[in-house]
Design a protein. Structure first.
Length: 60
């Protein structure tokens, strides 16, 4: 199954949202336990942000 990101550019300019999603999530890479998904730099940055803001009780 293929999912395509599309929108009506004449009505909505969603490119900024798309770029943010693409920054943190590897679009088109399957999430498997031992795959390259978790090596994606955006996933590593996302996990770092979560750890800093949730796991650290001072920041939480």
């Amino acid at each position: 199954m293929h999912f395509n990101f599309s929108f009506n550019l004449a009505k909505y300019d969603l490119w900024e949202i798309y770029r943010v999603i693409q920054k943190y999530y590897p679009i088109g890479i399957m999430r498997v336990e031992d795959g390259i998904y978790f090596e994606y730099p955006g996933i590593k940055e996302y996990v770092k942000i979560l750890v800093e803001n949730i796991h650290d009780s001072k920041n939480f």
